[in-house]
Ligand binder design. Sequence first.
Ligand SMILES: Cc1ncc(COP(=O)(O)O)c(C=O)c1O
Length: 403
Amino acid sequence: MNHKLPGPNAIRIINTMKKYVYDSTFIYPLVIANGHDCIIEDPDGNKFLDFTSNIGACPIGYSHPDVMEVLAEYSTNGTHKIAGQDFYSKEHADLAETISTILPQNFKTFFTNSGAEAVENAIKIAYRRMGPLPGISCFGAFHGRTLGALNFTFSNPVHKYNFPELPVKRIKFCTKDDDPEIDVTESLLKENKIAFILTETIQGEGGYYVASKKFIKNLRKCATQYGVPLILDEVQSGIGHTGKWWAFEHYGVTPDIISAAKALQVGATIYNKKLEPSNKSALSSTWGGGNRIDMAIGMRTIQVIKRDKLLENATKMGTMLMKGLHELVGKNGVTDVRGLGLMIGLEFDTRTRRDKKLTKLFRNGLLTLGAGHKSMRIIPPLVITRDQIERGLAIMNQVLSRN
Ligand SMILES: Cc1ncc(COP(=O)(O)O)c(C=O)c1O
């Protein structure tokens, strides 16, 4: 660290934002100025090891040579942002084709700007097919904060204050195969007409809880039996963080619709062709499929993950990280650790302690984030190395072993 945190340049920026910008989910005073590999730099020259990958949105870290090459290619192209559902572009074609190489057969893609839009378009596809019926979603779920997606989100009461809800049937997100509520969905489907089942396989914002295998397999079985589309939300877990392209691959199921975003650089609603809306222009968006640089980087990201075998790296580094974090459980308020690959949640006894530790880790040069009520989320870029994991664990040990 070069300066006391935050340094003078960071303070100026934060103060301007405090004056002009809504105070959203900012946690500690990190101002991002630049980054290389898994290191983020603030405007005062302080460097931080990044165990957040910006909530999974930067899977190949920062200033990756392949990404810098794409940025250089587009530095002289002034049509970088276009009405992407009104006009065709090579980047749109290339990204859609590249995604198809990591999908089950017979899936097509509709691009959007954000994860919430990816979820909402998934829901729209289901409503078109099934009618304006209730959707099933889980307690603790997070599917975005826009008005449509928010109906099915349930991770934080502050999101839904005075909110008028669309019809929804809520089920428990079961993390254990022997959960007594694991079969509730079947009776719900027997007794009600339902438009879709929507869930994450690892609850992200809800606290990094991993669904039980039987729970997800059950949802798939019930969805098929009752002819209801199964939407799996992979906005946070998709494109490699769990050590597979999609978290649902850990469960041996194929959804009917997938929502993706973050690591892909753009939002995407990915659907089985049998659910494609029959009318043209039922789905559209000005910038959806129109951020040509983002789409080019999204495609390059998938190529880099394949070429550099980063799924294998995520699995290996995730195992190493999980092993190190297990040693912290039972000490100084750390009560549990769980996750898949490089998507790991560390549970604390209280929210206050969790928040204090997040800030202390930041002050010691390690970036992590909160999730759920009292979990810490750890989701490093897929390019993380053994040395960086060791360094991160050393900082965690040092910070978490003190009260
Ligand atoms: C699982 C999941 N779905 C949807 C969203 C919403 O994505 P966005 O913030 O891009 O709208 C998120 C964001 O964290 C997410 O984790």
